[in-house]
Design a protein around this ligand. Structure first.
Ligand code: NAG
Ligand code: NAG
Ligand code: NAG
Ligand code: ZN
Length: 535
C-alpha cells in the first residue's frame, strides 16, 4: 500500500491531470518511503488511481457533501483521469512492470512523458537503464569496492519543478494545508533510491553508496525543452553571465538562483502552470566513469648526462627524445591503467647532471586509474619493470601515498641539504696543497643573483644560500673533484664559474684563477620522504 494520506488526494488529482508521473506525484506528496519509489511506476499509478477513486466513490454516494465542499471540479478531474486517456490505463503485467514493451508504448495515443521529470523517473529509471550503466562499468574494467552514482539533469527541470510546485501550492493554500517546498523529494534523490539497488544488483552486489572514490555519472539532456529557461535571463540578467568552459549560460546553479529571485506572480505570467506536455523523454548521454587519483611516490636515480627531467620543448619542438618523468611514468600508467599523470619532485637536476646515491624523491598523481591498489610483490615487479626499461634511470622506495603526504616532500624544502660532486677545471696549474684550504671552509654564505641561464623563468633577485662544507680531491694539475654539502636551492655551477661575478664569493675568487665545471652529480637529496622500503 502506498503511504498516502487523505490530505494528499487533491494534490494527486491535480498532478495526475497536469500530466505528472506517479513517482513525481509521490515526490510532491513528500513521501519519503524509498520502497514506494522502487515499485514499478505503472503499479504505483494504479494504486494511486484506486486510492483517489475510493474516496470519490464515497463522495459520489453523498452528493450533498461533495457540493458543500465545492469539490465538483476535482471529482470531475478524477473521473477523467480514471476513464482515459488510454495511456493512463496501461494494464498490469506482473512480469516486467518497469519497462512497458514496445507494443504497449505504440498503443499509447497521447504522450505520457511526465511534465515534471521529463521521463527520468519513468522509462529512464529501471532495469534497462541499470543494465546499461553496469555494462559500461564492466566494459571499462575498473577495480573498485564501492561506487557512487551521480546524476546530471537538464537545468530546465528546475523550472518545471517550480511550475509544478506553484500548481500544487495554490491547491494547498486553498485547502489550508501546509506543505514546505523543501519537503518535496528531489528527482535526483528518487532516481538514486530506485537506481542504486538496481545497479548494485547488475554489478553482482557491489556497494552503491553516497560517497566513494569511484564515480559513475549519468547525464540526461532534453533538447526539446531547452528554451524553458530562456525567459529567466530577462528576469535576472545577472544570474546568467557567460563563463569560459560552459557551453550554455543556463547552468543548473544559475537557474536555481534566478528562480529564487523571481516572484510567483511574475513566474506565472511568463511560464505555463502546470508545464506544457513534452513530446519525448530525456536523452541519456554516455555513462561516464571516473576514479579519484592515486598518488605514488619513490626516489629516482638518473645515470645519463643527456636526459631532461621533463619533456624539453623549444618552440613546440622536442629537444630530447625522452625525459625522467616519461621513463618513470610509462610503466606506472600501464600498471594502474591511468589516464594521465602529474609529476613533481624534490627539486630537479639539469639535463647534464646525474642523480646518484639514494636518489631524488618524487611523487606522481595518477589520474583516473582503473586500478588503485598493487600488492607489495606487484609494486616490486613494477619497480623492476621501470629499472629494466632503460639504463638511464632507476627507481626505489616505490609506494602508494596519500595526497596529503605528498605535501611533505615540498615541506621546508629550502632548509634541506643536498650533496654534490663537481669535476672542476682550473686555468692555472694546481698542486694538491693549493686546494687543501677548501676542506677547512664551513658554512660559507653565498649571495647568488639569479643565474643568467634561468633568468627567462625566474625573477631577478639575490638569494642567500649556505655551503655547509666542502672537500677537494686532486686529480691532475688542471682538475680536481669538489664535494659540496649545501642548502637546497644553491646554484652549484654558478658557484664554480662565478657567473660573471653574479655569485659571490665563488670558486674563482677563492682559488684566484678561472675555474669551470665539467661534470656535476647529485650525491644525495636529504629529504626523509617517502619512507624507505626495506628490500
Ligand atoms: C469549476 O470549474 C468551472 C469552469 O471550469 C468554474 O467556473 C467553477 O467556478 C469551478 N467550480 C469550483 C467549485 O471550483
Ligand atoms: C600538478 O600538481 C601541481 C602541484 O603538485 C598542481 O599545482 C597542479 O595543478 C597539478 N596539475 C594538474 C593538471 O593536476
Ligand atoms: C631498482 O633499482 C634501484 C636502484 O639501483 C634498486 O635500489 C632497486 O632495488 C631496484 N629494484 C628492483 C625491483 O629491481
Ligand atoms: Zn515524473
Amino acid at each position: 500500500m502506498l503511504p498516502l494520506k487523505e490530505k494528499d488526494k487533491p494534490i494527486i488529482q491535480k498532478l495526475l491531470v497536469a500530466g505528472c508521473c506517479a513517482r513525481c506525484i509521490l515526490r510532491f506528496c513528500c513521501v519519503g518511503v524509498q520502497s514506494a519509489y522502487r515499485q514499478p511506476e505503472q503499479v504505483t499509478l494504479q494504486e494511486m488511481q484506486a486510492f483517489v477513486l475510493k474516496g470519490e466513490n464515497e463522495k459520489v454516494q453523498d452528493p450533498a457533501a461533495a457540493a458543500s465542499t465545492g469539490e465538483d471540479n476535482n471529482s470531475h478531474d478524477a473521473a477523467e483521469v480514471l476513464e482515459g486517456p488510454p495511456c493512463k490505463r496501461v494494464k498490469l503485467d506482473p512480469g516486467d512492470h518497469a519497462d512497458p514493451s514496445e507494443d504497449e508504448k505504440s498503443n499509447l495515443g497521447e504522450s505520457q512523458v511526465c511534465v515534471a521529470c521529463l521521463g527520468i523517473l519513468q522509462d529512464l529509471c529501471g532495469t534497462n537503464q541499470a543494465v546499461k550503466i553496469a555494462d559500461t562499468v564492466k566494459a571499462q574494467k575498473y577495480e573498485f569496492d564501492s561506487l557512487v552514482l551521480s546524476i546530471s539533469l537538464p537545468a530546465q527541470l528546475c523550472v518545471r519543478e517550480h511550475s509544478c510546485w506553484l500548481h500544487v501550492k495554490k491547491e494547498v493554500r486553498e485547502k489550508g494545508l501546509v506543505l514546505d517546498k523543501d519537503d518535496v523529494i528531489q528527482v535526483k534523490e528518487a532516481f538514486k533510491w530506485i537506481m542504486q539497488s538496481l545497479v548494485a544488483k547488475e554489478l553482482g552486489g557491489v556497494a552503491v553508496v553516497g560517497k566513494s572514490g569511484f564515480e559513475v555519472g549519468v547525464e540526461f539532456t532534453h533538447p526539446e525543452t531547452d528554451s524553458d529557461c530562456h525567459f529567466l535571463a530577462k528576469v535576472c540578467p545577472d544570474c546568467f553571465k557567460p563563463t569560459k568552459n560552459k557551453q550554455s549560460v543556463f547552468t543548473r546553479m544559475a537557474v536555481v538562483k534566478a528562480l529564487e529571485k523571481i516572484s510567483d506572480d511574475k513566474f506565472l505570467k511568463q511560464y505555463p502552470c502546470p508545464p506544457a506536455r513534452p513530446a519525448c523523454s530525456c536523452v541519456p548521454q554516455d555513462v561516464q566513469c571516473l576514479h579519484v587519483s592515486v598518488f605514488i611516490a619513490g626516489r629516482y636515480n638518473k645515470f645519463c648526462r643527456s636526459l631532461p627531467q621533463t619533456p624539453w620543448l623549444i618552440d613546440g619542438e622536442r629537444r630530447m627524445e625522452s625525459s625522467v618523468e616519461e621513463l618513470i611514468a610509462a610503466p606506472i600508467l600501464t600498471a594502474f591503467r591511468a589516464g594521465g599523470f602529474n609529476f613533481s619532485s624534490s627539486g630537479r637536476e639539469d639535463v647534464d647532471v646525474r642523480t646518484l646515491g639514494n636518489g631524488r624523491p618524487f611523487a606522481m598523481e595518477l589520474q583516473n586509474p582503473h586500478r588503485s591498489r598493487l600488492s607489495k610483490l606487484e609494486m616490486k615487479e613494477l619497480q623492476e619493470t621501470i629499472n629494466k626499461s632503460s639504463d638511464k634511470i632507476r627507481v626505489r622506495d616505490l609506494q602508494i601515498v596519500t595526497r596529503e603526504a605528498m605535501g611533505r616532500m615540498k615541506e621546508g624544502e629550502e632548509e634541506k641539504t643536498k650533496s654534490y660532486t663537481a669535476l672542476v677545471w682550473t686555468q692555472r696549474p694546481i698542486q694538491k696543497e693549493d686546494i687543501g684550504f677548501i676542506d677547512e671552509i664551513k658554512d660559507l654564505t653565498l649571495g647568488q643573483k639569479t643565474p643568467l641561464r634561468v633568468l627567462h623563468r625566474r625573477a631577478l633577485a639575490v638569494r642567500q644560500r649556505v655551503i655547509h662544507s666542502m672537500n677537494a680531491r686532486y686529480v691532475d694539475d688542471h682538475h680536481f673533484y669538489l664535494r659540496l654539502k649545501t642548502q637546497a636551492g644553491t646554484y652549484i655551477k654558478e658557484f664554480v664559474h662565478g657567473d660573471f661575478g653574479r655569485t659571490k664569493p665563488n670558486l674563482c675568487e677563492l682559488l684566484k684563477t678561472d675555474t669551470d665545471i665539467l661534470e656535476l652529480d647529485v650525491e644525495s637529496v636529504d629529504v626523509d620522504w617517502p619512507p624507505a622500503i626495506p628490500e
